[in-house]
Write a protein that binds this ligand. Sequence first.
Ligand SMILES: Nc1ncnc2c1ncn2[C@@H]1O[C@H](COP(=O)(O)OP(=O)(O)OP(=O)(O)O)[C@@H](O)[C@H]1O
Ligand SMILES: [Mg+2]
Length: 334
Amino acid sequence: MIVVILKDYQAKGKGNLGKEKQNHNITVSSSFLHNHGLGYYLNMNLNLEVLMSKDFFPMATTSYAAILTERNLNGRELTPQNNSSPKYKINNLNFWYGTHQALFNINLSIPERSVTALIGPSGCGKSTFLRCLNRMNDLVEGTSHTGEILLDNEDIYRRSLNMVDLRRRVGMVFQKSNPFPKSIFENVVYGPRVAGIQNSAVLNEICERCLKNAALWDEVKDRLNQSALNLSGGQAQRLCIARALATDPEVILLDEPASALDPASTARIEDLVFELKRDYTIIIVTHNMQQAARVSDQTAFFYQGKIVEVGPTDHLYTRPQVKQTEDYITGRFG
Ligand SMILES: Nc1ncnc2c1ncn2[C@@H]1O[C@H](COP(=O)(O)OP(=O)(O)OP(=O)(O)O)[C@@H](O)[C@H]1O
Ligand SMILES: [Mg+2]
């Protein structure tokens, strides 16, 4: 039970408080706050009038507040942001496919060992931006950019950059899982083999460790030599994550990794993302805003190639500063 101080509170038919109170201390159960999507504010010393005032807390965002509360209750608090030495720093990035400009003046800091979610309607540039981060767009003919992308303070477009090293440091997993037509084992150790590792004991160790880290080991340990093409969609996606982990990356880019999966597989991927952020910097594109609220620490809202708003996930979902963000996260357009 917690005490809420009501100052000149006019009950407006919300909840079970019922009648007008003035400057009373009243006690409400934590479930009252949860039921109103206000549980996130449980331990903050705010008065209920402020909480329920529309200016402070658009009621349409209460379902996100409930998700954020659940995160806290499950020990999945947001990783506090420390932008003093971000993993990535993107300055004034513009990007073109031929003459079509897809990104406009993007500025973003991506903190290390945390999850950054990119949200926004179809075609707004999320995947384009993600593919800039490991220069995958270089493979598309006729692309160009201005601005800079710093990874650990070094421009990834510098001349001396070793592309193989960049792709090793920044792993990527796509929307549609793409296991190679090889065994499960060979899929996982593909990167290390290409890097020249031949010792079978070392490859075995990498395979087991990465499958465990991708939460797939128990399901496949007895059939490592069977084709990866027989795995279920959710298993295949986790295999691709294991394959990305095998090159010992520092950053993992996930482009809608759960969009084709059922709820149980989606939940496993989300659990995994949460586990992985202890060791890796994760950037995830998702159309599922509840998912972004469940797993990310920072969220950037893209619209028509621009970042409209970026901030800590709890702020962006419960107290968006820009009307367009609020309209998008509450489903008014998209
Ligand atoms: N290879 C390409 N060549 C030319 N234009 C492209 C290419 N890839 C994307 N675009 C264009 O760039 C813009 C941004 O596309 P992008 O794929 O980054 O959007 P998105 O936010 O990832 O969308 P979705 O949610 O549908 O995946 C769109 O206008 C798209 O048509
Ligand atoms: Mg995309």
